[in-house]
Design a protein around this ligand. Structure first.
Ligand SMILES: [Zn+2]
Length: 218
């Protein structure tokens, strides 16, 4: 029986009445009947159909293998990237151990150091008040001493004004406490200034650490 195959069709002819017949190649090997004489026949082209299916299967398998290879390549690429990230993280870890920054470079490279002008002014005012206090007390003390000496002389010459001398002596504790309070005021003013220095230095220290960290990451 002669037949030919074109574009997925089997062209053949009826073995009984010789009429031209056409079947789909997918029907090869199946039973059919001649539409003209009703003779039953087996659609030819079984071998070609089987070859075609084998070729299709091979093509599918090749396609699947290609996809698998692509997937594997993608996995390997992802793994390489992960390893690179791990190595970078390890390097940053070493930097952290040697005293610098962990992770990506810091966005903040320097903090603004506040001036604490209020603290500075209050400190100076208290120191100034303390100095003025001591000056006044010293002047008052001089007057008292001079007055006491004058009173003592008066007492010696006329024997009447001893109370003034005693008043001068009695003022000595007041003078001492006045000087002490001036010293305490100056101390408080300086303590406020020291507090301001400490606050500013904490910012300077942070800036020094930031600078070190940046030097390490560059
Ligand atoms: Zn026929």
């Amino acid at each position: 029986m002669s037949y030919k195959i074109t574009k997925g069709k089997v062209i053949h002819s009826c073995t009984v009445c010789r009429v031209d017949l056409e079947n789909s190649l997918n029907e090869a090997g199946q039973n059919d009947n001649c539409p003209r004489c009703g003779a039953s026949f087996v659609v030819p082209g079984e071998r070609e159909l089987s070859e075609l299916r084998t070729a299709e299967e091979a093509s599918r398998r090749m396609e699947a293998q290609k996809r698998a290879e692509e997937q594997l390549e993608e996995q390997q690429r992802t793994q390489r990237q992960a390893e690179a990230r791990q190595r970078a993280a390890a390097r940053n870890g070493e930097n952290a151990v040697s005293g610098a920054a962990v992770g990506p470079p810091m966005a903040v490279s320097r903090l603004n150091v506040p001036k604490y002008s209020g603290l500075s002014a209050i400190g100076w005012i208290i120191i100034f008040v303390g100095i003025i206090d001591i000056c006044i007390v010293v002047v008052v003390a001089l007057f008292l001493i001079v007055g006491a000496i004058a009173a003592a002389n008066d007492f010696n010459s006329r024997g009447t004004a001893g109370a003034f001398a005693l008043a001068g002596l009695g003022s000595i504790p007041l003078v001492i406490s006045g000087i002490l309070s001036g010293v305490v005021l100056i101390g408080i003013g300086n303590a406020i200034h020291a507090y301001r220095d400490i606050a500013m230095n904490s910012f300077n220290l942070t800036n020094a650490v930031l600078q070190l960290a940046q030097a390490k990451t560059e």
